[in-house]
Design a protein around this ligand. Sequence first.
Ligand SMILES: C[S@@+](CC[C@H](N)C(=O)[O-])C[C@H]1O[C@@H](n2cnc3c(N)ncnc32)[C@H](O)[C@@H]1O
Length: 276
Amino acid sequence: MRSDPAMAARTTARLARAGCVAAPDEAADLTAAAPTPAVLETWLRRREAGEPLAWIVGQVRFCGHVLAIDPGVYVPRFQTEDLARRAASLLPSRGRALDLCTGAGAVAVHLQRAVPSAAVIGVERDLVAAGCAGGNGVTVVIDDLGASIGVVGAGGMFDVVTAVAPYVPTDALHLLPRDTLRYEPRAALDGGADGLDVIRRVIARAGEVLRPGGWLLIEVGGDQDRPVAPLLRAAGFGEVAAHRDGEGDLRFVAARADGYRKRQHDASLWPGDPLR
Ligand SMILES: C[S@@+](CC[C@H](N)C(=O)[O-])C[C@H]1O[C@@H](n2cnc3c(N)ncnc32)[C@H](O)[C@@H]1O
């Protein structure tokens, strides 16, 4: 729908009063996507009530890609874009990537478009999110952290594993923006008592499916690199590095699957070695 300056000003003012931090941008998005003034009014009321913009207009941008987002599905955040770009830079052509907890498939879509010759699989256990990822062109396994994905021999088959798993400690959920808590699925956010319930399982799973030298990238927040780094090292990962954004906020941890696979490989070569 075309907007005139008066309509843009009114829409922006209503969104600003409702607490939207990017009111002018959101007003422009809503107006551009609404087919009629009546629909715009309905959408504005939903947005004023706190519903995610992406659910209302049905899409979001991530790493420059336009993704369809269905109501009920976690909305990909721009804060995850660095992880997606770094993962794409580590994925060889004709390589294989596994995006655990894929949600709407944002990271998987970026990996697939950045490295078209690679095979990229998303894993998601929520049916609505999995359907959304499928609609975004992701090959999705509906599963608990890829439990049904087989491991062949001693070496895993994936070059890169990514995971934007739930990682907010249960006690800290109330610190999230009110609308996030009210609308977005708790199963996408709640990481258990210390926030690391799913991340611990991601590390174990990645250790099984990564090839030696393959990379795991996990989104974390706060100062979760402190507990996560020793978990990774204990699982045999090396080159553990925390990545921060321009403001110094922790965004993700990356690690290389070295020792874990090597130990498994050695064990399979010499299962009865008396010296071990
Ligand atoms: C924080 S959202 C991230 C979604 C997506 N990666 C993104 O960045 O937009 C976490 C997602 O993990 C899914 N999830 C949580 N536990 C899971 C599990 N055990 N196995 C598979 N998916 C899981 C949730 O349903 C949710 O869609």
